[in-house]
Design a protein around this ligand. Structure first.
Ligand code: NDP
Length: 480
């Protein structure tokens, strides 16, 4: 069985404790590879390698970093098929999605930050004729990056690319649930000539490996994407150590549909924004609010399309709905469907596990589920489910829908469907979310600030925001 290795000091190495965890293929429910069960000794080794590489890397020119990053991106593109298949097997996502979204975006993350660093600048402030202040933006040192399982390589590279290009050295941990593509990236980094120790990837579980990074006394910044509860635990440990923290957390995103929208475009996009990646994208819209005078029309058209979505083998080219990432998560999503029923919800379609046949019979599959009849403030509509489950609710006025949309503790993203320009801008300014899409969904310009408010996180990724996070500003004041 394939054994994944840690990537420390430019080498693929075994965990010091020689202990491994099982890695499951969610499509079959079978163990198909082994993951290092790393502990604080491996993190310490990774830290030492990063600290030793830091003096030279922090002084490496933008041009040199540009060349290495573009080479990494080129190698990701050359290995697109292998990486897409690996992502699909590890995560259960349709290979067609990994091929057009996850892997190309991982390459773009390196290309984007290779270029961004050449455009990054800092401020100067002159005081009359006598003094000049200028700001140095210096790397932090060794930083930690921890990423989740839903978009494994996409989100892993979204963190490490800005961290590295800003001149830091990195100790990173992908989710133990989906470690494969980060492992494959290790070899790509070696081939691209990334100097030893600049990036170190330590595999293992969150409470042990992840927490060893978070609590390490000399890792001075943590960039984390994952659940809100984990984010709180990380903040509890890291805040008293005065670490810089970027926390990208959970969501319960509203999708608000007015009667004056482009109906066909809205329906097609809403199916995607509800169920892409089995609903396991932090930006999926899980609460759908529909203006009452088109509620029945929406319900008929939406349920008709969703009911036709076939759950299938993630490796089949035609599959649009694959497997749920793990047994634990599968059980969590099903428990929320039960909760919705207890709370009085009516299942309009889906609502159950799908029993597949042959090799897939032990895999974890759930049919896309649409529920109506729930109050906006019940648990089903307040807690993050993070699966192929959406609720639909009618509304009458802007005030009413804003109250319902903003009632959750989260504030990550939102979608608005209307052709009334004034209303679109009015609503966009009042929705409590870090991102508002108007008449579209998941359109990403990598220059824009990305992140949430309330319990969806602290800080922003994207563009120069990430370069600001991964650098310390230092004011220098000179008497002229
Ligand atoms: P988790 O919070 O469970 O895990 C995220 C990462 O943190 C994993 O690498 C995990 O390791 C690690 N981890 C877990 N516990 C600790 C700990 N105590 N200390 C340090 N690290 C730890 O999230 P999921 O992987 O389940 O991802 C789903 C969540 O991520 C959802 O809530 C989703 O909304 C959110 N998310 C947010 C995004 C955003 O941009 N705001 C984007 C994508 C997802 P391991 O898995 O190995 O245990």
């Amino acid at each position: 069985m394939q054994k994944i290795s840690n990537y420390i000091n430019g080498q693929l190495v075994e965990p010091i404790g020689q202990s491994y965890l099982d890695n499951y293929n969610p499509a079959t429910g079978n163990v198909y590879s082994l993951i290092p069960d790393s502990d604080e000794r491996d993190v310490e080794l990774a830290y030492k390698a990063a600290a030793a590489a830091y003096p030279a890397w922090s002084l490496t020119s933008a041009e040199v970093k540009f060349k290495i990053f573009m080479k990494i991106a080129e190698l990701i593109e050359q290995n697109l098929e292998q990486l897409a298949a690996a992502e699909s097997i590890d995560n259960g996502k349709p290979i067609s999605l990994a091929r057009v979204m996850d892997i190309p975006r991982a390459a773009s993350n390196f290309q984007f930050y290779a270029q961004a660093i050449t455009q990054f600048s800092s401020e100067s402030h002159q005081m009359e004729q006598s003094f000049l202040n200028y700001t140095l933006r210096q790397p932090i040192g060794v930083v930690g990056c921890i990423s989740p399982w839903n978009l494994p390589l996409y989100l892993f590279t979204w963190k490490i690319a800005p961290a590295l290009v800003a001149g830091n050295c990195v100790v990173a941990k992908p989710s133990e649930v989906t470690p494969m593509t980060a492992f494959l990236l290790s070899s790509i980094c070696i081939e691209a000539g990334l100097p030893a120790g600049v990036l170190n990837i330590v595999h293992g579980n969150g409470p042990k490996t992840g927490m060893s990074i978070v609590s390490h006394p000399h890792i001075h910044a943590i960039s984390f994407t994952g659940g809100t509860r984990t984010g709180a635990e990380i903040a509890r440990v890291a805040a008293p150590m005065f670490k810089k923290l970027s926390l990208e957390l959970g969501g319960k995103n509203p999708n608000i549909i007015f009667a004056d929208c482009d109906f066909d475009e809205m329906i097609a996009t809403t199916v995607r924004s509800s169920f892409a990646n089995q609903g396991q994208i932090c930006l999926c819209g899980s609460r759908i609010f529909v203006e009452r005078n088109i509620y029945d029309k929406f319900k008929t058209a939406f349920v008709d399309k969703v009911a036709k979505m076939k759950v299938g083998n993630p490796l089949d080219e035609s599959t649009k709905m694959g497997a749920i990432v793990s047994q634990l998560h599968f059980e969590k999503v099903l428990s929320y469907i039960e909760l919705a029923k207890e709370e009085g919800g009516k299942i309009l379609c889906g609502g159950e596990a799908v029993q597949m046949e042959g090799d897939l019979k032990n895999g974890w599959y759930i049919s896309p589920t649409v529920i109506e009849g729930l109050s906006y403030d019940c648990r089903t509509n307040q807690e993050e489910i993070f699966g192929p489950v959406v609720t639909i609710m009618p509304f009458d006025t802007e005030e009413e829908v804003l109250k319902m949309a903003n009632s959750v503790m989260y504030g990550l993203s939102s979608s608005l469907w209307t052709l009334d320009l004034k209303r679109a801008h009015r609503m966009a300014s009042l929705i409590q979310a870090g991102i508002v899409w108007i008449n579209c969904w998941l359109v990403r310009d990598l220059r824009t600030p990305f992140g949430g408010i309330k319990n969806s996180g602290v800080g922003r990724e994207g563009g120069f925001e990430a370069l600001r996070f991964f650098t310390e500003p230092k004011n220098v004041c000179l008497k002229l």
